[in-house]
Design a protein around this ligand. Structure first.
Ligand SMILES: [Zn+2]
Length: 278
C-alpha cells in the first residue's frame, strides 16, 4: 500500500519488515475501517516501541506511539488492522454504554484465545477477524509505567494525530463520525486486565474539546466538500447528456441546411466541431 494512511508528520516505520505486524492473516493490507480511537498508556518507554525488531518479536502492533516530548511514531497504516486490543477476563465489563462498542459487539462472537498458557478473549467475526482491531486506531502514550500526568506536548501531539486521522479517513470516503463516542480508553474494552489503561490522568475531555475546537468537527468541512462534489458530478452528468442530445440534433440539422448557403453551413460545421461532434 502506498502513502495512504501514513501520517506525514510522524516518523514512519514502514516497508522492508519495519512496520509492526498487522492483518488477518498477518500481512494482509486494508482491513481497517476505523469507527473509534483507542487510547493506551505504555508500560515502558517509547524507544522500546520504536524498536522494529522488538515489536515483531513480541507481536506488538498499534498504529501510533506518542512520547512525553510530543514525538510521534507510526508503526502501521491507519487502513491496516493492528493487534492492540485484546480482552482479558471477564468480558462482562466490556463498555456497552458506548454505542460504538455496543455496535462492534454485534459484529462478532467472544472467543477464548490461549497464547503461551494465558487466555484472553477476542471478538471474532464469522470470517475469523478480530472485530475491534479492524474498526479502531490504537494510540500508545509514553508513561514509563508510572501513571503520571500527561505532558502538554503529548496531549498536543495526540490531538494533532487524531485530527489528521479524521481528515485522512474522510479523504478516503470512510469518515469516522466525530463525537464523544469516538474516543475510547483501553479499559472500556478490557476493564479487568487493562483497568488502568490509559490511566487516571488520561485527559479525555481535553482531547475531545481540542478536537472539536470552535464547535466544528474537523470532518464537517470534508463532508461538505464531498456533498458539493456529488452535486457537481450530477450537474456534469446532466450537461454531458445535453451536449450529446445537441450533437445528435446538429447531425440531423446539417443535411437540411440549404446547399446554397455555404457560409452558414461552414459556420455550423465549425460549431459542431467545437462541440466535439463534428
Ligand atoms: Zn492498553
Amino acid at each position: 500500500m502506498s502513502e495512504r494512511g501514513w501520517c506525514p508528520f510522524a516518523r514512519q516505520h514502514r516497508g522492508y519488515g519495519r512496520e509492526g505486524p498487522f492483518g488477518y492473516p498477518a500481512g494482509k493490507h486494508g482491513q481497517n475501517r476505523p469507527v473509534i480511537f483507542v487510547d493506551h498508556r505504555m508500560a515502558g518507554f517509547k524507544h522500546t516501541l520504536d524498536d522494529d525488531s522488538w515489536r515483531h518479536r513480541n507481536g506488538v502492533s498499534v498504529h501510533f506511539g506518542i512520547g512525553r516530548d510530543g514525538s510521534v511514531d507510526q508503526y502501521i497504516s491507519i487502513f491496516d488492522a493492528g493487534w492492540g486490543n485484546g480482552v482479558g477476563r471477564p468480558i462482562s465489563r466490556y463498555d456497552r454504554s458506548n454505542p460504538r462498542l455496543a455496535m462492534l459487539e454485534t459484529l462478532g462472537t467472544w472467543r477464548a484465545v490461549t497464547m503461551r498458557g494465558y487466555t484472553t478473549y477476542a471478538l471474532i467475526s464469522e470470517s475469523g477477524v478480530n472485530v475491534i482491531n479492524t474498526h479502531s486506531i490504537s494510540i500508545e502514550h509514553e508513561d514509563e509505567g508510572r501513571d503520571q500526568p500527561w505532558t502538554d506536548a503529548m496531549i498536543d501531539a495526540t490531538v494533532r494525530v487524531k485530527r489528521w486521522c479524521l481528515h485522512e479517513l474522510a479523504r478516503a470516503a470512510m469518515p469516522m463520525t466525530a463525537d464523544e463516542h469516538m474516543l475510547v480508553g483501553h479499559h472500556q474494552i478490557d476493564a479487568t486486565d487493562r483497568a488502568s489503561c490509559p490511566g487516571r490522568h488520561w485527559p479525555r475531555q481535553r482531547i475531545l474539546e481540542e478536537l472539536v475546537k470552535g464547535g466544528k468537527m474537523p470532518t464537517a468541512e470534508y463532508e461538505e466538500l464531498y456533498r458539493r462534489d456529488e452535486e457537481i458530478k450530477t450537474v456534469l452528468a446532466l450537461v454531458n447528456t445535453k451536449v450529446e442530445q445537441l450533437q445528435n440534433l446538429m447531425k440531423l440539422v446539417i443535411p437540411l441546411v440549404a446547399k446554397d448557403e455555404p457560409e452558414e453551413n461552414a459556420k455550423i460545421k465549425e460549431l459542431l466541431a467545437a462541440l466535439g461532434g463534428g
